[in-house]
Each structure stands twice: as structure tokens, then as C-alpha cells.
Write a protein that binds this ligand. Structure first.
Ligand SMILES: C[S@@+](CC[C@H](N)C(=O)[O-])C[C@H]1O[C@@H](n2cnc3c(N)ncnc32)[C@H](O)[C@@H]1O
Length: 226
């Protein structure tokens, strides 16, 4: 069962999404699925710009108050984790863990302010990998960050493959970021064999550089076209 106490809600900003997924102005006009969207502000800001994103994440079954409480509980733990692994990160845009924390908190506040309305409008859906209840090719583009490959230790190779195949079924193009494991600069243990399985299955894959790099070496996305 999905439990809030096991989730570390940490959401990035609209600008982070642009840089993590190499999103062009043309991409922003597409119908987009953000799977494992968590408390990121991408959906909220896209709505302000009158564009459509559907975000899915099991965390959306909880209330804004419950999610906010969990953010408050985990915040100092993440800051501590960043200090303990300080060399694994690039401190250019945000010079300290606290500055980064402020950046993330401001994005998460934008999410929290939008969440209740967005849920009513069907923009936040409490569903998740490995099964996505959408019809084939429902979306033009599916993006997913900081779950697949990031949590390679926690999620099996089979879970990764099934989830990526499902994203490729519901969207014409998939982009996943980053390809390194959590709190490290180490490439995901599943990446090479997942690429092999996708190629064997007839999918086109490409690894693209991104401007975004916070985890050292975490400056690549995986693009999959079915
Ligand atoms: C670290 S957050 C990433 C949020 C956002 N994508 C970003 O990059 O800022 C990871 C999210 O994955 C969600 N998650 C956990 N299991 C999931 C699943 N099976 N399917 C979809 N999302 C899941 C968690 O609830 C959490 O919100």
C-alpha cells in the first residue's frame, strides 16, 4: 500500500522542468503527461499559461494539508542529506543546501496553492506506475523525473521496463530525467539493460544532454519513441 510516510515530497520549478526535459516553446503546446509529478509546480504554472498538463502520482490521494505536513517533516532530512553528500552536487545556481531548499519550497508552495482546484479539474490524478489508465497514444509527450532510474535501488528492473513501456503506450514520446541514482553521480544500474530491451522491442531511444545539472553527471535525459 502507498503510504505518505514513505514518500519524500520534493518538487521542482517550472524552469527546472524546462531545463530537465529540454522543453521547447513548441513542446509546451503539446498535450503532456507528467508521471510522478509530486509537488512540482510545472502543472500549476502551465495552467497559468493556459496550457494543459495531466500530472499523476499516488501522493495526490492525500489532502494539501497532509502533503504540506509531509513536506515540512522531510525538509530538514533532505537538507541534512545534501550536506552529507555535498560533493555529489553542483552548487552554481543555488550556492548552499538552504538556498536550494528555498527554491524547492517556493515551487512546492505554487503546487500546494493549485492542488485542490487542479484535482477537481482532473489535472492531478492519484495513479502511478506501472499501470496508467489512459488510452494508447493519448498524450503527445510524457515526462517523468526523479523516480525512474533515480530510485533504481528500490524499484526493480522489471518495474522500470514495465513503467517505460506503459509511458510509451500512452504517449507518442517519452522523456525521463535524470539517469543517475539518488544522491550520487552514478549511472543507474538498470540503464544499459533497459536500453537494450527497448531497442530489441523496436523502440527508438536517445540519450540527450540537458542544461540542468544538479546531481553531478545528472545532465542527461532518456528519450523513447515507440
Ligand atoms: C522526488 S518526487 C519527484 C517530483 C517531480 N517529478 C520533480 O522532479 O520535482 C518523486 C515522486 O514519485 C512519486 N511516486 C512514488 N511511487 C510512484 C509510482 N508508483 N508512480 C508514480 N509516482 C510515484 C512520489 O509520490 C513522489 O511524489
Amino acid at each position: 500500500m502507498f503510504q505518505l510516510k514513505n514518500v519524500v515530497p520534493w518538487g521542482r520549478s517550472f524552469q527546472d522542468y524546462i531545463e530537465m526535459f529540454n522543453l521547447t516553446p513548441e513542446d509546451l503546446e503539446l498535450s503532456i503527461l507528467d508521471c510522478a509529478g509530486g509537488p512540482a509546480s510545472f502543472n500549476a504554472i502551465m495552467k497559468q499559461r493556459e496550457k494543459t498538463v495531466i500530472s499523476c502520482d499516488p501522493i495526490y490521494q492525500f489532502t494539501p494539508q497532509q502533503i504540506e505536513k509531509r513536506i515540512d517533516e522531510t525538509y530538514p532530512i533532505i537538507i541534512d542529506g545534501l550536506y552529507k553528500n555535498i560533493d555529489q552536487f553542483v552548487w552554481e545556481k543555488t550556492p548552499t543546501p538552504e538556498a536550494l531548499g528555498e527554491d524547492r519550497l517556493s515551487a512546492m508552495k505554487e503546487f500546494l496553492a493549485d492542488f485542490a482546484t487542479g484535482k477537481q479539474e482532473g489535472r492531478y490524478r492519484e495513479i502511478g506506475f506501472p499501470e496508467l489508465p489512459f488510452s494508447d497514444q493519448h498524450f503527445d509527450l510524457a515526462v517523468s523525473s526523479h523516480l525512474l532510474f533515480t530510485y533504481s535501488e528500490q524499484f526493480s528492473w522489471e518495474f522500470h521496463l514495465q513503467s517505460i513501456l506503459e509511458l510509451s503506450r500512452v504517449a507518442k514520446e517519452v522523456r525521463i530525467f535524470p539517469l543517475v541514482e539518488n544522491f550520487t553521480s552514478i549511472k543507474s544500474r538498470h540503464l544499459d539493460s533497459i536500453l537494450e530491451a527497448l531497442t530489441t522491442g523496436g523502440y527508438e531511444t536517445e540519450i540527450q544532454k540537458t542544461v540542468y545539472e544538479f546531481q553531478r553527471g545528472g545532465n542527461e535525459l532518456l528519450k523513447v519513441i515507440g
